[in-house]
Structures are given as C-alpha cells and as structure tokens.
Design a protein around this ligand. Structure first.
Ligand code: NDP
Ligand code: HSE
Length: 429
C-alpha cells in the first residue's frame, strides 16, 4: 500500500461536486483500500468563495481553477462545473500538467469529446465520464468495456431525469408543466439552464455520446435529431391513455439494418403501458441496449441528483487512480467504424396524429387519400365530434419519417383540415 496520497482537484462544488467531496471524506478508508493509496482533496475551485460549504476546509477553496490544475502535483482533476468554457480549457490544461480527468459534463463531451480524448492520449492520461450519461447508472463502462466484444445495434431509453420527472408528474398527478419543472430544479435534477433539459439538448448530448461509444463511430450533437417535451399537453396524455400508452422523452440510437449507417434521435414518444419504460417514474432513467450476441440488456436507476451522480464520479475516480498507480491508462476513444449518420427522414416508426377537421361527408376519405398518396398506411382512426367540427386521431403503421412529414404538409393544405393538433411517434411495440 502506497502511503503518499493521490491528489485530487475538484472543479465545481455545487449539486454534484459537494456530494463528491462528502463521499471522498466519509468513505476515505474504503477508497484507500480499494485504490491501494490514500486520495487527498487538494483543492476546490468555485465561483463564489464566500459561500458556506459544509465539510469543505475553507483553506482548500479557490476561485483560480487554472492555477489549481497547473500546480503540477495534481493526479486527478474532477470537473463538475458544467458548460463548455472554462471546463474545456481546464481539462486540456489538466492533461498538459500531468493529471487525468473525470468529468460529468455531457454538453462538453458531446461537443468536443474527440479532441479531448486526443489530448488525453497525447499526454498519456485518462478521460472518464460515466456520470455524463444517466446519473448513477453504469452505462458508459458496460458499453465501452463489457460489450467491447459484441456488436451493439440499438440503444433506447430515458436519459434525462428532469423531463421524466415532469412528464411523470403531469401524467400521474395532473401537475402543470412549470410547477413540475420548479420541483425538479429544487431537487437538483435540472441543468443550470433548464431549457437544456426541456428542449432535449441534454438528452441529445447523451444520445450522441452513447451512439458514438455503442457503434464505435463519431456522432456529433448536431447529428442528433432533437425535439423537446415543452409542447406535450394534457390532451396528448389523454390521447395516449386511450391507446393504452403513456408519453416519455426517449433517446433512440440505431444501426441501420444493412449496418452501413446509424441514426440518433431524441423526441417525446407514446409507449405502451406494458413496456418497461412506461413504469420509469420520477427522475429515474432506464436504457435498453440490444447487442447481437448478448440480446437485450436493461440498465435502470437514478438518472440525476447530487449523490447518485457523485457515485458514478467516484467510480471513475477509483478507476483512474488505479490506472495511475499501475502506470496504465484505461480504454480511450474508439471511432474506427466511421459510419455516416442518416437524417431523420430515413427513420422508420409509427405515428399518432391528431387533426381538427370539418365534420362533413367525404372528409375522412380525403384524409385517408393523403396518407395513401404518401405511402403511409393507416392502422386505426378514431373520430369524435360535434357542431360540424370533429377531432380525428390517426395511428399509422411503420413509415419513414420523411413520408409522414410529406403527409402532414399535404393535410395542412386541405380546406377541411382546420389544424394539426399534435404529431407524436409511437415506439416500443
Ligand atoms: P451546479 O450548478 O450545482 O454546480 C456548478 C459548480 O461549478 C458550482 O460549485 C459553481 O461555483 C462552480 N463553477 C461555476 N463556474 C465556475 C468557474 N468559472 N470556475 C470555478 N467554478 C465554477 O451544477 P451541478 O453540480 O448540477 O452539475 C455539474 C456538472 O455535472 C454539469 O456538467 C452537469 O451537466 C453534470 N451533471 C449534473 C447532474 C445533476 O443531477 N445535477 C447529473 C449528471 C451530470 P459556485 O458554487 O460558487 O456557484
Ligand atoms: N439535468 C440532467 C437530467 C442531469 O435531468 O437528467 C443528469 O444528467
């Protein structure tokens, strides 16, 4: 057992960072035994130094994060500031000054993961980020290591705790959107700017990271089709219920059947109540991974919050410290397949479309003709109406997204169609 401690610089001491510091202190003996050397919190960089931080020695607190990572005696930098800058510059500087890095920053990894991995490799350091996707759930390491001998074809799941919390509250208690978002923010689930959650940017960043690792290719944030959940209404939930479904914000990454391309998308979707994802409540996340030899695997657990996320950070910290003592580095970037990312138009799935139409002879036939002209086959139609107006709910069989978009455009041009109230994909059947 080495007695000289491994020194850790903690960048950020907010929801996640404060829990990382707490666990490092309270579990110090166990961490020492598991790593084979003590770990010492050597400095804590924050924005507001005068804020009272329970359990943190004020002498360790600094606002000069750059000086901390440049000290030269830091073994591991834990970056839990978030955002692009200064996090990116600090991580690069850490590599240059001999430290490995553990980060929870999905926005940064999705945008600059390739360059950061290259910098880590150039300096012989580790870059780990288990906490960046799905909070406490081990997902990056299983994909990168446990499934390294298999061929992953699909990753599908709920990867944002805040939006799952909001959708769950809207569905189960009838809570309003803003009320549920405020509660998720107070519980520490939401990003510094919660539009990243509700507009789907956070889930899209996670989808880009997952698709890249799962398919050994490069998937950028811009490659991920994204729709948020801010438009989901109580009427959508009522319609979903009538179909025996609920609504979840899903991230779906797929390898094409011919293996020659991949897709990645994030959007709200109706899923049957019998599907395991339908019972994922509050800020929990769940992800299905389908691999050729392994079959279907499900990963489930707390997807956000200080302590759960800190658990993933600490797991990485232990792994990186072990590597350091063994004078090794862990598995790095793997993007050798260089598969192109296909546009959303090529995705094939089912759709639930709500239309407001005139209630008169021939309208249903007109609407059905538009679907047929675009090659979209109708599965079910439900009509309710009064006073000459009707609400029409059409559920389709599987069709390419481009064909559905063409259908909706043509429907909007019909005089008898007053409006397209909602379009939602149906998944998980
Ligand atoms: P918080 O906003 O709670 O904490 C951010 C911390 O960074 C604060 O301590 C803040 O200082 C510090 N900070 C901000 N700017 C600077 C700067 N320029 N220099 C030094 N310190 C700075 O965020 P979270 O803890 O919630 O999130 C941190 C990261 O973890 C993000 O990347 C997030 O996406 C990720 N993450 C968060 C999860 C969650 O559930 N919250 C789950 C999974 C990942 P001060 O305290 O003085 O304001
Ligand atoms: N804001 C994120 C979420 C934190 O709600 O899932 C976890 O990544």
């Amino acid at each position: 057992m080495r007695t000289r401690p491994l020194k850790v610089a903690l960048l950020g001491c907010g929801v996640v960072g404060s829990e990382v510091a707490r666990i490092m202190t309270t579990h110090a003996d166990d961490l020492t035994a598991r790593i084979g050397a003590p770990v010492e919190l050597a400095g804590v960089a924050v924005r507001r130094p005068s804020k009272v931080r329970e359990g943190i020695d004020p002498a360790l607190v600094t606002t000069d994060a750059t000086a901390l990572v440049k000290r030269g005696d830091i073994d591991v930098v834990v970056e839990v500031i978030g955002g692009i800058e200064p996090a990116r510059a600090l991580i690069t500087t850490a590599f240059e000054h001999g430290a490995s890095v553990v980060s929870a920053n999905k926005a940064l990894i999705a945008q600059d993961g390739a360059a950061l991995h290259a910098a880590a490799e150039q300096h012989g350091r580790d870059l780990y980020y288990e906490a960046a996707v799905a909070g406490a759930i081990p997902l990056i390491r299983p994909l990168r290591e446990s499934l390294a001998g298999d061929k992953v074809n699909r990753v599908l799941g709920i990867v944002n705790g805040t939006t799952n919390f909001i959708l769950d509250k809207m569905d189960s208690t009838g809570a309003g959107y803003q009320e549920a978002l405020d509660e998720a923010t107070a519980l520490g689930y939401a990003e510094a700017d919660p539009t990243a959650d509700v507009e789907g940017f956070d889930a899209a960043a996670k989808a880009a990271i997952l698709a890249g690792i799962a398919f050994h290719t490069r998937v950028r944030l811009d490659d991920v089709y994204r729709e948020g959940m801010a438009e989901v209404t109580a009427a959508d939930f009522a319609s979903a219920k009538r179909m025996g479904c609920t609504i979840k914000l899903l991230a779906i990454c797929e390898r094409a059947a011919d293996g020659g391309s991949v897709t990645a998308r994030v959007h709200p979707a109706m899923i049957p109540l019998s599907h395991p994802l339908a019972s994922v409540r509050e800020a929990y996340n769940a992800v299905f991974v389908e691999a050729e030899a392994a079959g279907q695997l499900m990963f489930y657990g707390p997807g956000a919050g200080g302590a759960p996320t800190a658990s993933a950070v600490l797991g990485d910290l232990v792994a990186v410290c072990r590597n350091k003592l063994g004078e090794a580095t862990g598995p790095g970037d793997s993007a050798y397949t260089q598969l192109p990312v296909s546009p959303m138009g090529e995705v094939v799935t089912r759709y639930h479309i709500s239309l407001d139409v005139a209630d008169k002879p021939g309208v249903l036939a007109q609407v059905a003709t538009v679907f047929a002209e675009h090659g979209v086959s109708i599965d079910t139609v439900r009509q309710t109406g009064k006073d000459g107006e009707a609400s029409l709910v059409v559920v389709t069989h599987r069709a390419p997204d481009a064909a559905l978009s063409g259908t909706v455009e043509a429907l909007r041009r019909l005089d008898t169609v007053r409006g397209v109230a909602s379009i939602m994909r149906v998944e998980g059947e």
